[in-house]
Ligand binder design. Structure first.
Ligand code: NAP
Ligand code: G4F
Length: 340
């Protein structure tokens, strides 16, 4: 019987991964943080609705910053695989809370890995690394050989997670894989990330709740994929004969403006841009109404302008390829907003 432990199970990836593993007949244990307010288990709705999963899916309170909670969960659950997804995953927030971000995204990675080393070093570990590690690399595509150059407290912390995983892999022969995933989105994305922020605000405009909304760097380019299909690669990495690091991406790149334009098409609005810098606005070509403005609050002290992944190693070794293109991703997210 395969038993998986997922930290960060309530997040976007954790919830899709839990569903994916349950379909594969895994027993899945997820770690959630305690909160004194009533946190909705929205992302776990599909699992809660499925009666077959009631004896296969278990939620535990825990925190990756707490050694006793993580060590005792590993001892109690006895997983074969750990997917270590818990993180303070928002880049701008990492500038506002750098020490906390380092605790969760760097030291806690060591905590999980060290727990496995002490308790049962044969447990396989997936470590959530990130394309943010590359920073403003001057290559057109980034792959597993591209040098890292982090530009935020978030990516510096993840860099530690990446290397400590590699070090334990070689020093103790542990099976630890770093997934260098490029941006991936879905209806389950947190509202403060740019794609979800755009789709939610377009819905508000359509409902006449707001007249316009504010964004930061409109020209930033990302390689956006679909989270639901990216989680499969986490599992695939742990099924290989040898532990390794893999880039997961689409190889296509779009700007924040492209995302805005594509998303507005869903409600038949054509967006054009005028002005420069802080004065740049996006307006409806038919009504001339301004729908998007720039607010410097959303700028990062260090911007990362361009990320585009070369996923050829994953295609070759994991036999994986992305299926959902940019337009489909935007449509999936918009459809979900309007279904709510
Ligand atoms: P997410 O939606 O932000 O989920 C992260 C989860 O971690 C949340 O459920 C959060 O819990 C939990 N968490 C935070 N601090 C914790 C703590 N101290 N103890 C236990 N749980 C904690 O992130 P995601 O998009 O699913 O990403 C999953 C992982 O992949 C993250 O490590 C992220 O950094 C990495 N990654 C993401 C992308 C992407 O484009 N999505 C790309 C590359 C790498 P709360 O709900 O209580 O806050
Ligand atoms: O959606 P974002 O906040 O994602 P970002 O910073 O690329 O980070 C995400 O992807 C990483 C993988 O590369 C993950 F490791 C990380 O955990 C996270 O999931 O911002 C995307 C781009 C940025 O360039 C940002 O400056 O959009 C730009 N942007 C423009 N206006 C905005 C906004 N970002 C946010 N969050 N909010 C805005 O209003």
């Amino acid at each position: 019987m395969n038993v998986a432990l997922i930290t960060g199970v309530m997040g976007q990836d954790g919830s899709y991964l839990a569903e994916y593993l349950l379909k594969k007949n895994y027993i899945v244990h997820g770690v959630r943080r305690y909160s004194s307010t009533n946190v909705e288990l929205k992302n776990l709705n599909q699992i809660k609705k499925n009666k077959n999963y009631s004896k296969k899916f278990f939620l535990h309170y825990g925190d990756v910053t707490d050694t006793s909670s993580i060590f005792s969960l590993i001892k109690k659950i006895k997983p074969n695989e750990i997917y270590n997804l818990a993180a303070q995953s928002h880049v701008l927030t990492s500038f506002q809370a750098p020490e906390y971000t380092s605790q969760v995204d760097a030291i806690s990675q060591l905590r999980v890995i060290e727990g496995v080393r002490q308790i049962n070093s044969r447990i396989k570990i997936y470590q959530a690394a990130t394309s943010e590690l590359y920073g403003n690399s001057d290559t057109k595509f980034q792959n597993e050989k591209t040098p890292f150059d982090p530009v935020s407290p978030y990516s510096a912390a993840k860099l530690y997670g990446f290397y400590i995983s590699k070090i334990y892999r070689t020093a103790y022969k542990m099976f630890i894989c770093n997934g260098i995933l490029f941006n991936h989105e879905s209806p389950r994305r947190g509202s403060s990330f740019v794609t979800k922020k755009i789709t939610e605000n377009i819905k508000r405009i359509a409902n006449k709740e707001i007249d316009c909304f504010y964004l930061g760097n409109l020209n930033s380019k990302r390689d956006w994929g679909y989270a639901k299909e990216y989680v499969e690669t986490m599992w695939l990495m742990l099924q290989q004969n040898k532990a390794d690091d893999y880039v997961i991406a689409t190889g296509k790149v779009y700007s924040v403006k492209d995302f805005v334009e594509e998303a507005f098409k869903y409600i038949n609005i054509k967006i054009k841009w005028r002005g420069k810098g802080l004065k740049e606005v996006g307006y409806d070509t038919k009504t001339k109404k301004i729908l998007i403005k720039v607010d410097p609050y959303y700028f990062r002290p260090n911007e990362l302008d361009y990320l585009r992944g070369d996923w050829s190693k994953s295609r070759k070794l994991l036999k994986w390829k992305p299926k959902t293109n940019f337009k489909d991703l935007v449509r999936i997210m918009m459809q979900s907003e309007f279904k709510k």
